[in-house]
Write a protein that binds this ligand. Structure first.
Ligand SMILES: [Zn+2]
Length: 213
């Protein structure tokens, strides 16, 4: 089941205190209605009843999809031993297990897994798109605000590289990135039970390690 608790939130703008519901765990197999609320970020969204200012309040939360077999821990902090222990049987059963440090990352990760993709593949495609963007002088590296997975159609991923409100789209065939993955399988190996963060920082750190060799 999904778990939630009520807590008091103090509005940073007007100082008004009000109760908010905070989800500690969301099991979308049991509560499918919560899926959209997580992906849109609405579940973390709270409005002050006094001054109407709205806030995004990120809390640690476990997101579980039993049907598609994945589990994501939303937290800015390293995963504790008890959660790793809890995840062990799921890892053995072949679940994808990840940690995301931001709501945006969580939302993208859910969509990637729902599309049936390997997120390592997606991060590689995002990295390639970023490099392509820079090499083709579509913009400067320092101006890039985000690189986002959009969707997959006919085995082709669509990736957006954004610079503020501008940007460029890239179409990356899955089999092309799969080849890249296969050629360095050891480098891209992921240990699910440890709740790895598979994101842009992770892929850059791999390449940095490789360069130091
Ligand atoms: Zn307020």
């Amino acid at each position: 089941m999904s778990d939630l608790h009520e807590t008091i939130f103090t509005c940073p703008h007007c100082g008004h205190q009000f109760n908010i519901n905070v989800y500690d765990a969301v099991n979308v197999t049991k509560d499918p209605d919560l899926r959209d609320a997580v992906v849109s970020g609405d579940i973390f969204h709270h409005v002050c009843p006094h001054c109407q200012k709205d806030y995004l309040v990120q809390n640690d939360m476990l997101y579980v999809d039993m049907e598609r077999r994945f589990m994501i821990w939303l937290s800015e902090h390293e995963t504790g031993d008890s959660l790793v222990k809890f995840a062990e049987p799921f890892a053995k059963a072949g679940f994808k297990i990840r940690r995301c440090s931001t709501i945006k990352e969580l939302s993208e990760k859910i969509q990637v897994f729902e599309d049936g993709l390997d997120d390592v593949l997606v991060e590689l495609a995002k990295y390639d798109s970023f490099i392509d963007f820079i090499n083709n002088k579509k913009g400067k590296a320092e101006d890039v605000t985000s690189v986002e997975y959009q969707h997959t159609q006919d085995d082709v991923m669509k990736i957006n590289v954004r610079t503020g409100d501008k940007g460029a789209s890239f179409l990356i065939p899955i089999n092309m990135v799969q080849e890249e993955l296969k050629s360095e399988a050891d480098l891209y190996k992921v240990e699910d039970v440890k709740f790895p963060c598979i994101n842009d920082k992770w892929i850059i750190s791999l390449f940095e390690k490789e360069n130091q060799k």
